[in-house]
Design a binder for this molecule. Structure first.
Ligand SMILES: Nc1nc2c(ncn2[C@@H]2O[C@H](COP(=O)(O)OP(=O)(O)OP(=O)(O)O)[C@@H](O)[C@H]2O)c(=O)[nH]1
Ligand SMILES: [Mg+2]
Length: 351
């Protein structure tokens, strides 16, 4: 079997965490499975791909282009994984993934209909996004368009709200998007991962053509409002060790403060760093109203770190660049770290 699934969903909904949990579970229970992280930064190492590989997952990245428009790159990666014996490959999609059903699924079907089996088109959401769908709020048009494309809706982060609220949210999604199967997941603690693996293994893409006006002004302006930021650097201290977790949390805290003061939204800032011995830490900022997530703390004090910062924010690219770059510089100085920048890319999706 050569099965492929797209994982769409809003920034921070847990696509990468779910793909990591899924490929691990699937590889143990059935056959090897792999994941692809896809994002638009040019020639960069993605935090998501590096995290997956540091965590021992079978993973690859596609950068600089969306797989919507570079199915040749996608097929190269798929063929490599399938020739290694993988049975299932999942990929996320840059930005919001709206339109991926047409471009990726229908595109592959018209290009090479016999080559791959397509699993249900999967979209992840989380309780705070369901709240926006119920009550209105920022990015509502995108959240709705994403779910309209789904064959399989995965309500992630059920651990954060408890089973009764998760079931209420699932029922709401099932009533609003009745053509889709809905399941509840905690990518973090593994609740529902067996149901997700089964749904992908046994299910098939419907290849529906949903009734979405992709040129809708509100949808377009929500999509164009976002900018992306990618920074890779090395940080070293001369003669003592430092707390890598506190360092990343301080950068996240400074960025959060600055965004708050400007009244801007930052749906996701990822901070990933690793040392020469293989120890690594990952912190996430998921909005200015949220605490900083200690996704994975370091095990030991650090002397040098390779660092990747990736951010998606609702503001012009130059502003995002200035905020995150100066936070990294100022906090590095506070920790007396020498910074050597390798790569940086920053742009607006509407540019
Ligand atoms: N409580 C809880 N947190 C989760 C769960 N899944 C993911 N997270 C956390 O949510 C944050 C974002 O998760 P990611 O997997 O990076 O989200 P994503 O959808 O890949 O984000 P983008 O790559 O920005 O689109 C991280 O801090 C995760 O640890 C979950 O099931 N429960
Ligand atoms: Mg991700």
């Amino acid at each position: 079997m050569k099965k492929f699934a797209v994982f769409g969903g809003f920034l921070g909904a847990g696509k990468t965490t779910a793909m990591m949990a899924l490929t691990r579970f699937y590889s143990d229970a059935f056959a090897p499975a792999a994941m692809i992280s896809n994002d638009l930064g040019e020639g960069v190492d993605l935090a998501d791909d590096r995290l997956a590989r540091l965590s021992g997952c079978r993973a690859a990245q596609i950068t600089g282009e969306c797989i919507c428009f570079r199915r040749d790159l996608l097929r190269e990666k798929l063929d490599a994984f399938f020739s290694e014996g993988c049975e299932l490959v999942v990929s996320d999609i840059p930005g919001f993934g709206v339109g991926a059903l047409e471009h990726v699924y229908h595109g592959l079907m018209s290009e090479c209909p016999e080559e791959y089996e397509l699993a249900p088109f999967t979209v992840l959401t989380e309780p705070r996004n369901v709240e926006i769908l119920r009550e209105g709020g920022d990015m509502e048009s995108i959240l709705d368009a994403q779910l309209r494309e789904a064959d399989l809706i995965v309500l992630n982060k059920c651990d954060a709200v408890g089973a009764p609220r998760a079931e209420e949210d699932r029922a709401f999604l099932a009533a609003r998007y009745p053509w889709a199967e809905t399941i509840v997941l905690s990518a973090l603690d593994g609740t529902g991962i067996d149901a997700l693996a089964r749904a992908l293994r046994e299910g098939k893409a419907s290849l529906r053509r949903p009734d979405i006006d992709y040129d809708d002004e509100e949808l377009q302006s929500e999509m164009d409002s976002l900018s992306e930021y990618y920074l890779q650097y090395h940080a070293a201290v001369c003669c003592f060790s430092f707390d890598g977790g506190a360092y990343l949390a301080d950068i996240a805290g400074r960025v959060r403060e600055d965004f708050r003061a400007r009244g801007r939204a930052i749906p996701h800032l990822k901070l990933l760093a690793w040392g020469p011995g293989g120890d690594f830490g990952k912190f996430d900022l998921l909005g200015t109203d949220r605490p900083i997530e200690r996704t994975r703390p370091f095990e030991r004090p650090c002397t040098e770190l390779a660092v990747i910062l990736n951010a998606s924010a609702s503001c012009p690219a130059d502003e995002l660049d200035a905020i995150v770059s100066s936070a990294a510089e100022e906090i590095s100085e506070k920790y007396r770290l020498e910074m050597t920048v390798y790569k940086k890319d920053c742009f607006g999706l509407g540019d």
